[in-house]
Design a protein around this ligand. Structure first.
Ligand SMILES: NC(=O)c1ccc[n+]([C@@H]2O[C@H](COP(=O)([O-])OP(=O)(O)OC[C@H]3O[C@@H](n4cnc5c(N)ncnc54)[C@H](O)[C@@H]3O)[C@@H](O)[C@H]2O)c1
Length: 419
């Protein structure tokens, strides 16, 4: 048996069934897998994927493996691993995996190091942990790395600052910047799965609740849209005037966090920023306030400040911690402040990850083919890949579109045609 560290290999059968179930709604990735199986574009290539270990990630890993790659998988968050999937990857699909749901931080980093021990030539990140670890602790691996891909907003922000400071040592493709990624995954994926996570953790009725969504970016728009759909009274907090204006015109109330804190009942952070909800806000909140985060890191809610204010803490439900503060006030934190959609639910539905992971798979192929032309920078997904993913997804949904006539094409492309 190959090297691995998963919770329990006896979970393999369940994981395999769920992986197959997910693949049924990943038609674009399925097409890519069929092509890769024939063409073997990654023959012998070592790929390390540090992603949320879900059924969708398993299908991406299998796709790369079928393309000839030697793939290793580790988790990109201590609380997002699906243990049955990790087991199936090892036992059923012969893909070494290092990920256990609920692992402590030390184990989490030991898993990243274990994946790096395979000396990857391609890194695939969700949050830039592989790249960061290579550049700080495993510099001897740099010469062998041809490039990487990055899945999420926060990871892209980290990578751009590395490139700006000249410390990035290989090209990375920002999959998050593809339209067919962030417009759908971040908005509809995070929107639906965050609500799913909150409901599974709490069994709350959202109708009639005052829900504060912090951040009106791609994810925040999705969360706000979906909680409103369930009848909640939604309040937005923002730091960008443009995004706040958009929220106002979308019909939401916008106010500073200090004001929202006084009246909110459920708070959801999706900013990619730190300490968005902090001590002065906990102090202003009514007793019973519930806090959840769906941004990448568990820093959006200042948990150390909440811990310091608390007189006691108990786990009242599986993903709900109750903090007792002064004067009998209670505040509830869901999923330890980690991405709630992956902590208490299953992350994004496969149908939306189909597009994100199609971009991932095709971006790796592009990296391998174009390595010699790329600098040590962060690159967008090539527009033709983005368009191809959209085209294939539409086709799978039996939706057809019009084609420009010659006359229209000329009209749109010539300055002389303006009448
Ligand atoms: N849960 C998931 O599965 C999932 C999926 C995709 C992205 N993400 C993560 O979600 C986070 C947000 O991603 P995005 O694509 O929506 O980013 P985005 O840049 O589109 O939006 C973030 C928004 O937050 C706002 N913001 C920043 N600081 C703030 C503050 N203190 N108070 C209020 N608003 C603030 C910004 O102005 C911006 O409008 C990132 O960490 C990203 O990695 C999570």
């Amino acid at each position: 048996m190959m090297q691995h560290h998963v919770k329990d290999l006896a979970l393999t059968e369940k994981g395999k069934d769920r992986i197959e179930w997910a693949m049924q709604t990943m038609p674009v990735l399925q097409l890519i897998r069929e092509r890769f199986s024939k063409e073997k574009p990654f023959k012998g290539l070592r790929i390390a994927a540090c992603l949320h270990v879900t059924t969708e990630t398993a299908n991406l890993a299998i796709t790369l493996r079928d393309g000839g790659a030697n793939v290793v998988v580790c988790g990109s968050n201590p609380l997002s691993t699906q243990d049955d999937v990790a087991a199936a990857l090892v036992q059923e699909y012969q893909i070494p995996s290092f990920a256990i749901k609920g692992e402590d931080n030390k184990t989490y980093y030991s898993h990243i190091l274990a994946a790096l021990n395979t000396r990857p030539q391609i890194t695939m990140d969700d949050g830039a942990d592989l790249v960061t670890t290579i550049l700080t602790e495993r510099k001897e691996l740099i010469p062998e790395v041809q490039g990487g891909t990055e899945e999420t907003t926060t990871g892209v922000i980290r990578l751009r600052s590395m490139a700006k400071e000249g410390v990035l040592k290989f090209p990375v493709i920002s999959v998050n910047d593809a339209d067919t990624k962030h417009m759908f995954d971040n908005r509809y994926g995070t929107g639906q799965s965050t609500v799913d996570g909150v409901i599974r953790a709490t069994n709350l009725l959202l109708a009639g609740m005052r829900v504060v969504v912090c951040g009106y970016g791609w994810c925040g728009r999705g969360v706000a849209m979906r909680v409103r759909g369930l009848g909640a009274d939604v309040i937005i907090t923002e730091v960008s005037a443009v995004r706040a204006l958009e929220a106002v015109m979308d019909g939401f109330r916008v106010m500073p966090m200090q004001e929202a804190a006084k009246i909110g009942q459920l708070f959801v952070t999706v900013t990619g920023n730190k300490s968005v909800i902090r001590k002065e806000h906990f102090e202003a909140m009514p007793s019973g306030a519930i806090l959840a985060n769906s941004g990448h890191f568990n820093v959006e809610i200042d948990i150390p400040a909440l811990e310091a204010m608390a007189k006691s803490k108990r786990r009242i439900r599986e993903f709900v911690d109750e903090y007792s503060l002064n004067a009998g006030k209670r505040i509830y934190l869901l999923g330890e402040g980690r991405l709630i959609n992956l902590a208490s639910a299953e992350g994004h539905p496969a149908s939306v990850m189909d597009m994100s992971f199609a971009n991932q798979a095709l971006s790796v192929e592009y990296l391998v083919k174009n390595r010699s032309k790329l600098q040590n920078q962060v690159y967008p997904v090539p527009p033709d890949i983005d368009q191809e993913v959209a085209r294939l997804k539409l086709k799978s949904m039996n939706a057809e579109i019009d084609v420009l006539s010659q006359e229209q094409d000329k009209y749109l492309n010539s300055w002389a045609e303006g009448t």
